[in-house]
Design a protein around this ligand. Sequence first.
Ligand code: DOR
Ligand code: ZN
Length: 344
Amino acid sequence: MDELVIRQPDDFHIHLRDDDMLPMSVGHVSAQFRRAIVMPNLRPPVVSTLIATEYRKRILAAIPSGRMFTPLMTLYLTDRTTPADILLAKESGIIHGVKYYPAGATTNSDSGVTDLEGRFKVLEAMMKHGVPLLLHGEVTNKEVDIFDREKVFLELVLSGVVKEFPDLKIVLEHITTSDSVDFVDSCSDKVAATITAHHLLLNRGDLFDGGVRPHHYCLPILKRERHRLALIRAAVSGSPKYFLGTDSAPHERHTKEASCGCAGVYTAHAALECYAAAFDSVGAMNKLEDFASTFGARFYELPLNTGQIKLVRKEQKIPPEYGYSGGAIVPFRAGQNLDWSVEA
Ligand code: DOR
Ligand code: ZN
């Protein structure tokens, strides 16, 4: 297969950031995706419908003219979120999920939840009003090995939440292990997962390929090859529980190429082509449309997009960096060729 026309896709997990990064991140995402679930881990975080409404306006203002793009906003769950916040969010019509970060798990997560059981009244309200819970599924205890934090989260946290709130819609974001695939498979259709392009294409060896590779450092961290293969199998399985969420996460070059570098891989510049490379590697291009354009919309109860997008097997060279007014971003596959291109 050298050409594929699919329904225009959505990205169900992206970091757009704010201010001087917005023109770049919104420019890239809106070139391919019709909608995106926008993560709330700004500094300070997006903790209320009012803050989300203002942030949404800044995103809308950054959309290049002539493009159709709808940001689907999320709220950041904190120890102070209340059931009333959930009702307001639902009534706003612009909030599509509430994001749980365990405090200290990743970039800008210091306002995250320290005690999830303390938020059970909020989860109850989410279940009642049909607001999905979006999970960064890792424990943060330093005694737990960084490669085991996702698996231990399933055991210590998620299995309890799923039992306590059987009708709560849950998205386990950016899954990285066969354990998560087994877990999600074993749950009802209320529980789904997003998979990033970089976790489909890289394993933990790519963190140390000839030297430390800061641009491959993300959280949850890359795992063993057998886990990558399990993610590929899940993505191409045809199960509606798995759908596209890039977790594209821009960080200015010097904050990644540092003695304590930030976590995040930037894929928004060529997200669909990266997913195509992963699906093509196992001869499953015919499964890409459902993963990218159908299953996520159904889970979030959104209408399917009506536009189309064409992928062609044609080399494209990724630039070494994207400059913006605040510095530069080093994109995934910088300076390398990709086999697939999106045709205008
Ligand atoms: O690698 C990551 N980067 N993982 C996250 O959970 C957050 C993200 C970011 O915001 O940079
Ligand atoms: Zn993320």
